[in-house]
Design a protein around this ligand. Structure first.
Ligand SMILES: Nc1nc2c(ncn2[C@@H]2O[C@H](COP(=O)(O)OP(=O)(O)OP(=O)(O)O)[C@@H](O)[C@H]2O)c(=O)[nH]1
Ligand SMILES: [Mg+2]
Length: 676
């Protein structure tokens, strides 16, 4: 046989395989009774098995023939994940075709029909997008696998594993997002203690001492160039991320290559993050200690990163050098922490440099200054890393820091336990509904009413979400109107007031107003979402809503804008005759402003609005995700209830029913002790 013969045979075989696979899919489909199915299942189980066996036989015969004819079995293989992703994209396209715009092509649609069409689209798209997101995230998403790697309270972990098993077994996909959120919180270390202080105040030395290893570079000149995070790990290793290069893991001995001013001056290597893992007991699981570049007048460029990082830590330790004078730069650090709402500790470093009476005098002096400057009464703890005084450091860490960690852990565990328990109760409720359905119970009339209310609430909220999304999407469309407003106000301000920088002030006022509007948009949405969850809970009391995550959601990280650069640009002087003809002066000033500064102002406004929009979108998505994680449970519950009240449920074998009862019982008996 020539190559063409061989290829024709191979392609023929592949075609036969594809057709067999299609028929196998028909057979498998007939096992799940679906109202969408085209086929009536008129095969007995034995017939089906025999046919499947024959199909397999056809394949093995084809394989043998290929070998005999010496034809290589070349199949172009693609990833199943990828193929599914393509398939899902085509599902989304199919759903998009069902929208009201599309349907209108076949005749006019009244408002109700439009709403119905949109609902169909929204519900299907939401579900299909969840599948797509799930697939995209890859293997790391396997909850069961991730659970085996977690370190948590054994009781919580046991309940989580049980929940995961039951959720997977019964296909309760609506609970996966909640389970995912809980596992994420367990995986992400949550408590960061950052050490701040002026250059040379002894931060890196202190941290070296705490972890019991000399890994952080120290010295008399400005040393630390980039914030360094220390966390617990199996072996010492440093993970470095860069702005423009792939991440790298290096031995901790090479840390100074990336972290020190000497080897990486002004962060010329564009390091964006350093995480050092160390096997040391002082670093408990979930705790991160952060060394930061020094701040103050002697600081290098790294201090900007320190200030940018500051609002993100959970506890700030400010070092005050016993060898230098306490000054305004120290007070500033504490003020920043205070304003960001972060608890602070003050330590007097290098206490060995002072004799005990002087040390006490210094402590009193600092305390008094902080009282006067900030109105804060903060204890000051002398510490040292050298000589016999190093015992002070150990004592401070054990008496002041470790209890804070324990406290934080306890709070976190309590909150997690509450969340796990809540999930457990919801799953129990759903299993009970499933059981009721299978056992042929039907709900009463009041139940139908509850389901109707549930749908109504969910639909109304979907509409609010949709409106908010549109508002976020179109956020920057207000730029022209904003520019007009700023020009009007600026012209007024220039003519009528003597302010130092009237135009900048007008701009700042307008932008601050936009910030408030953005925050308001989100907090209104949050209020609606919380209200909906509470309403859902009332309409379907068997599933418990947990609104705490939404209520506690903090709108963090509103973009800070730096208008200082504009100060010089936006200068304008008042016409000398303005007091004679103020209205004319305003009109003329506005025209001139528009001509000369219009472009600059527009740029400033556009930049701010785009940043604000990005922030809005990100916060909006987080809020909706938190809500959806819970709403989906109610949505599915409504579907289930509807099925009980009339529509047919899927058939279940006696063994399945028994398993369902067993799972329900196991979950009911698995109670987690509740925190106070
Ligand atoms: N006497 C004494 N000297 C100390 C102590 N701790 C640190 N030093 C010295 O202070 C100098 C600065 O220490 P570093 O740990 O590099 O200070 P830093 O705050 O990390 O400095 P930057 O990273 O540049 O901001 C070094 O020469 C240390 O030897 C201490 O407890 N007592
Ligand atoms: Mg340092």
């Amino acid at each position: 046989m020539n190559d063409s013969h061989k290829r024709t045979i191979l392609f023929g075989f592949l075609d036969i395989h594809r057709r067999l696979a299609e028929m196998e899919a028909m057979l498998a489909g007939s096992l799940v009774s679906s109202p969408f199915s085209q086929y009536v299942n008129d095969l007995s189980p034995t017939e089906r098995r025999v046919i499947e066996d024959y199909f397999n036989r056809v394949r093995s015969v084809m394989l043998a023939l290929l070998q005999e004819a010496d034809i290589a079995l070349e199949v172009r293989r693609t990833s199943l994940r990828w193929a599914l992703q393509c398939g899902i994209t085509s599902l989304l396209v199919a759903v998009a075709e069902l929208g009201p715009e599309r349907l209108r092509a076949y005749g006019p649609l009244d408002a109700d029909s439009q709403a119905l069409a949109r609902k169909v689209q929204q519900e299907l798209t939401r579900l299909i997008e969840r599948i797509a997101a799930y697939l995209r995230q890859g293997v790391g998403r396997d909850l069961a696998q991730r659970l085996t790697r977690l370190e948590a309270e054994p009781a919580s972990l046991q309940t989580l594993k049980l929940l995961e098993r039951i959720i997977t077994r019964w296909g309760l996909v609506e609970f996966r997002p909640q389970l995912e959120l809980i596992i994420q919180r367990l995986e992400v270390p949550r408590f960061e203690i950052a050490f701040f202080g002026r250059v040379n105040s002894g931060k890196s030395s202190l941290l070296n001492h705490i972890v019991g290893m000399n890994i952080l570079p120290v010295g008399v000149t400005p040393v630390t160039a980039v914030p360094i995070r220390l966390a617990r790990g199996d072996r010492p290793v440093a993970h470095i991320t860069f702005a423009d290069l792939p991440p790298r893991s290096v031995p901790v001995e090479e840390l100074s290559e990336y972290a020190s001013e000497e080897k990486n001056p002004g962060n010329a290597k564009h390091v964006t993050g350093i995480l050092v893992q160390l096997p040391t007991p002082r670093l408990r699981e979930g705790i991160i200690l952060v060394d930061t570049p020094g701040v103050g007048s002697l600081a290098r460029s790294g201090s900007a990163e320190t200030l940018a990082y500051l609002p993100h830590c959970d506890l700030g330790v400010v070092l005050i050098d016993a060898g230098s004078m306490f000054g305004p730069e120290d007070v500033d650090l504490l003020r920043l922490l205070y304003e960001a709402g972060i608890p602070a500790q003050v330590v007097l470093s290098k206490a060995d440099l002072l004799k005990p009476p002087d040390r006490q005098r210094m402590v009193n002096y600092i305390r008094e200054q902080l009282r006067q400057e900030l109105g804060l009464d903060l204890p000051v703890h002398p510490v040292s890393t050298v000589g016999p005084d190093e015992e002070l450091l150990t004592r401070w860490f054990e008496q002041e820091v470790e209890p804070k960690l324990a406290q934080h852990r306890a709070l976190m565990e309590a909150s997690l336990r509450r969340k796990i328990n809540h999930l457990r109760e919801s799953v129990i409720a759903v299993l009970q509904t499933m059981l009721a359905q299978r056992e042929g119970e039907t709900g009463g009339a009041s139940d139908t009413a509850g389901t109707g209310l549930l749908r109504q609430l969910l639909d109304q909220t979907d509409e609010v979400i949709r409106q908010t999304e549109i508002r976020c999407r179109d956020w920057t469309m207000d730029v022209p109107a904003l520019l007009e407003m700023v020009l009007d106000e600026a012209a007024q301000a220039v003519v009528r007031t003597r302010g130092d920088s009237p135009i900048l002030d007008a701009l700042q006022r307008a932008l601050a107003q936009r910030d408030r509007a953005a925050q308001e948009l989100l907090s209104n949405l949050r209020q609606t979402l919380v209200g909906t969850l509470q309403g859902l809970q009332q309409a379907a009391p068997i599933v418990a809503a947990d609104v705490s995550a939404l209520r506690d959601f903090a709108f963090r990280g509103l973009p800070a804008y730096d208008l200082v650069a504009w100060r010089a640009k936006l200068r304008w002087s008042r016409p000398w005759w303005a007091f004679l003809l103020p209205r004319l002066a305003v009109w003329l000033t506005r025209r001139k402003l528009e001509r000369h500064l219009g472009t600059s102002l527009r740029e400033a406004i556009e930049l701010h609005e785009r940043q604000l929009q990005a922030w809005l979108k990100a916060s909006f998505e987080q809020l909706v995700e938190l809500y959806e994680a819970q709403a989906e449970v109610f949505r599915e519950q409504a579907r289930r209830r509807r099925r009980i009240n009339g529509e047919s449920g899927e058939p279940m074998t006696a063994a399945d029913l028994q398993n369902l009862r067993a799972d329900l019982l196991e979950l009911e008996q698995n109670t987690l002790p509740q925190p106070e």
